[in-house]
Design a protein around this ligand. Structure first.
Ligand code: ADP
Ligand code: ZN
Length: 722
C-alpha cells in the first residue's frame, strides 16, 4: 500500500504531495509520522493507493499513525485544495484549520477517569472499618462513582476494598464539558406566521444562500433553531456561527436547553482539553451541531443539513491570520459540497451582502416587525454642541440625565454605550503638544486611573504615569477624551445610589469575565451597564428600557470606507437592546453632527434608506463592491530587512501596475497608518482595482518574496485598515 502525504510544514517549497509506503491501517485523513529529509515530521494522508511512481530506493515508509482515527474527514480533504487555491497558501496551513490547535502540538489528548463499583460481597467488610462500610453503602446507593471523588470523601478506604475484590475499578474515557449546568429553561416558542413563512421560504428556495434581514428582536434566533432542529430530525448535522458566543450566555443556555449534549460549543475561551473533547464529540458523531465563532466553520461534522451565520455583517468573520479566509466563502463551499442551505442573518446586513440579495444571487427574507409587534425604541438625537454652549461639560446631556433618572425611578435598567475604553483617550502636553505613545507600537497610550498608569491597547504594555512632559519638561499635562471609567466616575457622582457595572476589555479578562458581568446585570444586581462595543452584541435584557449612546459620531471619523456602515450597524445594534419586553424602549443618541445622514437613517431604523445612500456613494467613488481594495503588507522586526522586502515587492508590483493600468484606480506605497505594532515595522502597498486580473500576479509576487524576519502578505478588502 502507498499513500499520498502533505507534510505539516507551512512553506510553499514543500507544498506538494509526497508518496510513502504504508500498511492497510493507514487511511485517508489520518495524521501520520513520516521521515522527511533528516527528521521526522507529521503529515496528512490525502489518499491511499495501490501503486506509486516513486522509485523504490527513494520510497520511505510511514512510521506510525498519530491518532487511531482519521482526523480530517472526506469533505474537508476535498475542500483543502480549493481553499488553498483561493487564498494562495500552502495546503498544510489549510489542513491545520480543521484541527483543534492543541492537537497539532500534541499537548492535549483524551481524558480518562477511573470509576468504582461494587462487584463483590459487602458482608465481608469488617464492622469496625467504618469508612469502608460508608463507602460501600455510598456505592450501593449510587451505582458507581469517580475514584477521585471517593478518595476525597472516604480517605483511604477504597484501596483495601479493591484488594479484597469487593469493589472493582474501570478506567473510562470522559468528555470535559465546558458548560455543565449551564442549561436554562427550554423556551421553545410556537412560531409566528412571519417566522413560519421565513422557514418555508428558506427550505423551498432553490438558491443555496438566503439572507434574513430582520429588525432586532424580530425572532431570527427562533428561525435558526427551527431550521436546525428540522435538519437534525432528518438525521443531518448543522453548523451555527455566532460572532462572540462567549459574550452571549443566554444563547448558550438556550442552545443547551434545546439540544442538550448534541450541541458542541467551540470557542477560544475554552480550555485546551474542553475544546479537544467538543471537537472529538463532533468528529465521532456524538454531537451533531457545531456552535462557535468563525473557526467553527471548519467543524468536523458530516452530512450537513444547514449552516447558519448569525450577525453576518460582523467583522470577526474575516480571519486576520494566514490563511486570511472569509467565513462566508468557506461556508458556501461546504454548503455546495453537502447540497444544503446557507442562512445569513442580520438586522444590518453588510452592504456587499445586501447587494447580492438585491441582485437575486441570494434569496431575501425580510422581517419588518418585532415579535408581538413590540414597537422599536424611540430615538432622540441630542446636539452636543448645544450642551457645550449651555456650559454642560459632562458626558451626559440634560435630556439623557432626565431620562436616566426616570428609568431608575421606575425600577428599569439602562445601558450606556461609548466607543472607547479606559479613563481618557490620551495624555497630551498643553505646552508643546507632545502625545504619550507606546515605544513598540507608535500609537497613543491610554490613561487608566485605577492603576494610575498608561497602557497600550495594541500590545498591552504598561507605563508609569508621567509627572512632566518628556519632550519639553512642562507640567501642564492634560487628558483628552472620555472613557468608560470616567463615565462611571461621573455617574456615581450624579446617581450615588445607583449600582453601576462597567464592561470593556479591562474588566472582562479571564475566561468567565464577560459572563460574570452579563450575569450580574441580567440578575438585576446592577441598574446601569456602561460599556464599549461589547454591550452592543445580541443581548436580551428584558428590563432595559433606556440606551444612551454617548458619542455616536466617534466611529464616523475613522479613515475607512466602511466607517459609515459600521456606525449605522453599531447604533442599530445598541438601540436594539432597549425595550425588548413589555415597556417601550428609548434611546438617546448624543452627537456633534445631528444632521448627519447616517445617524438619521439609524434613528429611523431605515436600513433601505441607508443602503441606497451608501451604495450610491460607493458607486460614485468606486469603492467595494464596485472595486476591490488590495493591500500588500510588509511587516518585520528589523526595519532594514522590511524595507528591502518592501522595495523588492514594490518594484515588481509597479510593473504589474504598468502592464494593467486599466485595472487600477489607485496604487501607492506608504507606511501603514500604524507604523509599528508589537515591535514590528509595518509598510503597505495600497491598491484599488476594478477587476480581478492583476490579483494572481500580486499573490505570486508576495509568495516569492522571502526575507528574514519579514512577513509579506495580501489582504483583500481588509476589515481593518490600521
Ligand atoms: P433577534 O434574533 O431577531 O434579535 P430574538 O430571536 O432574540 O430576535 O427574539 C426576540 C425575543 O422574542 C426573544 O425574547 C425571543 O425569546 C422572543 N420570541 C422569538 N420568537 C417568538 C415567538 N414565536 N413567540 C413568542 N416569543 C418569541
Ligand atoms: Zn504597544
Amino acid at each position: 500500500m502507498y499513500c499520498e502525504v502533505i507534510v505539516d510544514v507551512a512553506h510553499s517549497d514543500v507544498d506538494k504531495i509526497f508518496d510513502y509506503a504504508c500498511d492497510e491501517r493507514i487511511v485517508a485523513g489520518m495524521r501520520v509520522a513520516v521521515p522527511f529529509g533528516n527528521r521526522v515530521t507529521t503529515g496528512f494522508v490525502m489518499r491511499v493507493k495501490s501503486s506509486t511512481d516513486c522509485p523504490p530506493e527513494k520510497l520511505k515508509r510511514v512510521l506510525r499513525a498519530e491518532d487511531d482515527f482519521p482526523a480530517i474527514n472526506e469533505e474537508c480533504l476535498a475542500l483543502t485544495e480549493k481553499i488553498a487555491m483561493r487564498y494562495r497558501c500552502p495546503k498544510a496551513l489549510v489542513l491545520r484549520l480543521f484541527l483543534p490547535s492543541e492537537m497539532r502540538t500534541g499537548k492535549v489528548g483524551a481524558a480518562y477517569r477511573t470509576f468504582a463499583k461494587i462487584t463483590g460481597d459487602i458482608s465481608l467488610i469488617s464492622p469496625r472499618a467504618k469508612q469502608q462500610l460508608a463507602l460501600a453503602e455510598f456505592l450501593k446507593d449510587n451505582g458507581e462513582a469517580d475514584t477521585a471523588f471517593l478518595n476525597e470523601r472516604f480517605g483511604s478506604a477504597l484501596k483495601p476494598l479493591v484488594e479484597k475484590g469487593i469493589v472493582s475499578l474501570e478506567k473510562r474515557r470522559v468528555f470535559r464539558d465546558p458548560y455543565r449546568g449551564m442549561a436554562g429553561e427550554n423556551a421553545e416558542h410556537l412560531l409566528t406566521e412571519e417566522q413560519q413563512r421565513a422557514v418555508r421560504s428558506i427550505e423551498e428556495t432553490e438558491k443555496t444562500v438566503t439572507l434574513i434581514h430582520g429588525v432586532t428582536g424580530s425572532g431570527k434566533t427562533e428561525i435558526y433553531l427551527t431550521l436546525i432542529a428540522r435538519q437534525l430530525a432528518l438525521g443531518k448535522t448543522a453548523i451555527f456561527l455566532v460572532p462572540e458566543i462567549s459574550l452571549t450566555p443566554q444563547m448558550l443556555s438556550q442552545l443547551r436547553a434545546r439540544f442538550g449534549s448534541s450541541a458542541a460549543i467551540l470557542h477560544s475561551g475554552l480550555s485546551a482539553g474542553e475544546r479537544f473533547d467538543e471537537w472529538r464529540r463532533l468528529r465521532e458523531g456524538a454531537a451533531r451541531i457545531a456552535i462557535g465563532a468563525r473557526s467553527a466553520i471548519f467543524a468536523p461534522v458530516e452530512n450537513i443539513g444547514v449552516i447558519v451565520i448569525d450577525e453576518e455583517h460582523d467583522g470577526s468573520y474575516s480571519s486576520e491570520t494566514s490563511p486570511r479566509y472569509n467565513t462566508f466563502d468557506i461556508a458556501l463551499l461546504r454548503a455546495k459540497y453537502n447540497g444544503c442551505k446557507l442562512v445569513l442573518g442580520s438586522a444590518t446586513p453588510a452592504v456587499e451582502t445586501y447587494r447580492r440579495a438585491q441582485q437575486g444571487e441570494f434569496s431575501l427574507v425580510t422581517l419588518k416587525n418585532r415579535i408581538n409587534r413590540r414597537p422599536m425604541p424611540q430615538v432622540e438625537i441630542v446636539d452636543l454642541r448645544r450642551e457645550v454652549r449651555r456650559g454642560n461639560p459632562s458626558p451626559f446631556s440634560l435630556a439623557l440625565r432626565d431620562k436616566l433618572s426616570a428609568c431608575l425611578e421606575s425600577g428599569n435598567q439602562a445601558i450606556l454605550f461609548l466607543n472607547r475604553r479606559g479613563y481618557s483617550q490620551t495624555v497630551i502636553c498643553r505646552d508643546c503638544g507632545y502625545v504619550a505613545k507606546c515605544e513598540h507600537c507608535d500609537v497613543a497610550l491610554t490613561y487608566h486611573s485605577e492603576e494610575d498608569c498608561l497602557k497600550c491597547h495594541y500590545c498591552g504594555t504598561k507605563y508609569h504615569m508621567l509627572s512632566a512632559c518628556p519632550s519639553c519638561g512642562g507640567t501642564h499635562l492634560s487628558y483628552v477624551g472620555t472613557g468608560t471609567q470616567k463615565v462611571v466616575g461621573e455617574l456615581k457622582k450624579l446617581y450615588p445610589k445607583a449600582r453601576i457595572l462597567r464592561m470593556d476589555n479591562d474588566t472582562t479578562s479571564g475566561k468567565e469575565g464577560h459572563l460574570k458581568i452579563l450575569k450580574q446585570f441580567s440578575d438585576r444586581e446592577a441598574d446601569i451597564l456602561v460599556g464599549t462595543q461589547m454591550v452592543a452584541k445580541g443581548h436580551d435584557f428584558p428590563l432595559v428600557t433606556l440606551v444612551g449612546i454617548l458619542d455616536a459620531d466617534m466611529s464616523l471619523h475613522f479613515p475607512d470606507y466602511r466607517s459609515r456602515e459600521r456606525t449605522f450597524q453599531l447604533i442599530t445594534q445598541v438601540a436594539g437592546r432597549s425595550g425588548r419586553s413589555k415597556d417601550r424602549g428609548e434611546v438617546v443618541l448624543q452627537t456633534y453632527d445631528p444632521e448627519n445622514f447616517i445617524l438619521r437613517f439609524a434613528c429611523d431604523y431605515d436600513y433601505e434608506g441607508f443602503y441606497e445612500y451608501e451604495i450610491n456613494l460607493r458607486a460614485a467613488t468606486a469603492f467595494p463592491p464596485f472595486a476591490k481594495i488590495v493591500r500588500v503588507m510588509v511587516t518585520g522586526s528589523e526595519e532594514r530587512e522590511a524595507l528591502d522586502a518592501l522595495r523588492e515587492v514594490y518594484t515588481k508590483l509597479e510593473k504589474v501596475y504598468a502592464d494593467n493600468a486599466d485595472s487600477f484606480l489607485f496604487f501607492n506605497k506608504m507606511h501603514a497608518p500604524i507604523k509599528r505594532i508589537q515591535n514590528k515595522f509595518r509598510y503597505q502597498v495600497l491598491m484599488r482595482i476594478v477587476d480581478g486580473k492583476p490579483l494572481k500576479e500580486i499573490y505570486a509576487i508576495c509568495a516569492e518574496t522571502n526575507y528574514k524576519n519579514t512577513l509579506v502578505y495580501v489582504e483583500e478588502n481588509p476589515s481593518n485598515l490600521s
